[in-house]
Design a protein around this ligand. Structure first.
Ligand code: PMP
Ligand code: GLN
Length: 399
């Protein structure tokens, strides 16, 4: 074109904001691509390979057919906000006002992002359990805040009160908790939760608690939301999502509830991230939350059986395994197989055994305590876990 310079565009530095320097592609995307490229069994990214309750799927189809296809209200459709409040009452005895204290979000991911971005100013500190779900670190960085990890250590991954206390400073603004915990599979004990609540009250901070695995606890463990502890309802932002509970991870319907002024602040950010999402899925999730208790319990029982299968498979393959108390995940130590770097081991695992898993190092600032640890997802059909176990059993002969 005449008069238009054709100097090639050659940026002198990466176009990515310096706030996210070094974040690259999420480990989940990377490992799922590896599985697709190699045809390996994907025990990396945590998503189920079966559908959830038929009634929930049918409710979404019905919502689309009935024309619920335009922008829903900013805070979420009234029936979903009411269903979230009723769910919190029915399962935990919490009193939540569906109009003032509930916000529907694009998955738990957006709930976490909107909360951190709304409640932190640049330079504020966020205390976070390490290993942490990967979006936590990125979101804290986007907010210009600083993460202060508290490390849970193999093999019991217990929360140490002194380490938690030591992570606080005058700049601490939030404590970002995840219970049941991805990737360790821990469900915090009553004592650990009481410690968190005590420190949050003493330090006068808000706790953001990611409880997306609330219904996926094993061996009779009961999920206790942090908001139910004395003095905590007013300083807790409770986050959950339909993805895990109803096996609809692609729907990206999440929610949070908190004190009204906190929800107002978080809504201010959320409206500029996605504004709204998932119009027809919102009433479907409302229908899901109203399903009988037995449906929720059965999902946990089914997952527990698959956890047991995977734990046996990994043990038979020669790894040390910690039996998870909840979540989709099993952590194994591959050191007995001679592995000293789980990241390169996971990159070679499709070739070695036709299986994809996630190196725990992806969830740490300083991965030294996790060098040989690997996370495997157990939310797959029993026959898939059996086949993966069969393949992993060949690893011993490779060493
Ligand atoms: N938090 C944790 C601990 C998770 O494991 C995940 C992944 N499901 C999320 C948040 C994200 O949830 P969603 O897909 O609803 O955004
Ligand atoms: N929560 C899932 C996991 O931990 C994956 C979510 C994602 O891919 N962002 O594997």
């Amino acid at each position: 074109m005449a008069g238009v310079s054709s100097v090639p565009f050659a940026p002198s530095r990466s176009p990515l904001t310096t706030k996210l320097e070094g974040f690259g592609t999420t480990i989940f995307g990377e490992m799922t691509s590896l599985a697709l490229d190699t045809g390996a069994i994907n025990l990396g990214q945590g998503f189920p390979d079966t559908d959830g309750p038929a009634a929930v799927l049918e409710a979404a189809r019905a919502a689309i057919a009935s024309g619920a296809n335009q922008y829903p209200p900013g805070r979420g459709v009234p029936e979903l906000r009411a269903a979230v409040a009723e769910h919190q009452r029915r399962w935990y005895g919490l009193a939540v006002d569906p109009d003032a204290e509930v916000l529907v979000t694009a998955g738990a991911t957006e709930a976490i992002a909107a909360t951190v971005l709304a409640l932190c100013s640049p330079g504020d500190e966020v205390v976070v359990l390490e290993p942490y779900y990967d979006s936590y670190a990125a979101t804290i960085a986007l907010g210009g805040a600083v993460r202060r990890p508290v490390t849970l250590r193999w093999p019991d991954f217990a929360l140490d009160a002194a380490s938690l206390e030591a992570a606080f400073s005058d700049r601490t603004r939030l404590l970002l908790l995840n219970n049941p915990h991805n990737p360790t599979g821990r469900v915090l004990t009553a004592d650990e939760l009481a410690t968190v609540a005590r420190i949050a009250r003493e330090r006068d901070v808000v706790v953001v608690t990611d409880e997306v695995y609330e219904h996926l606890t094993f061996d009779g463990r009961v999920h206790v939301p942090l908001a139910t502890l004395p003095g905590m309802a007013e300083r807790t932002v409770t986050i959950s999502s339909a993805g895990k509970t109803f096996s609809v991870t692609g729907w990206k319907i999440g929610w949070l509830h908190a004190r009204a002024d906190l929800v107002d602040a978080i809504t201010t950010v959320k409206q500029f991230l996605t504004y709204v999402n998932g119009g027809p899925f919102q009433p479907a999730v409302a229908a899901g939350l109203a399903l009988p208790d037995a449906v929720f319990r059965q999902a946990a029982t089914d997952l527990q059986e698959r956890r047991d299968l995977l734990v046996s498979g990994l043990s038979a393959a020669g790894m040390d395994v910690v039996v998870p108390e909840g979540t989709y995940f099993v952590v194994a130590d591959a050191a007995p197989l001679g592995v000293t770097d789980a990241t390169s081991f996971c990159l070679r695992l499709p070739e070695l055994a036709g299986v994809v898993a996630v190196p725990m190092a992806a969830f740490y600032d300083d991965a030294t305590p996790a060098r040989s640890l690997v996370r495997f997802a157990c939310c797959k059909r029993p026959e898939v876990i059996a086949e993966a176990s069969h393949r992993l059993a060949t690893l011993k002969t490779h060493q």
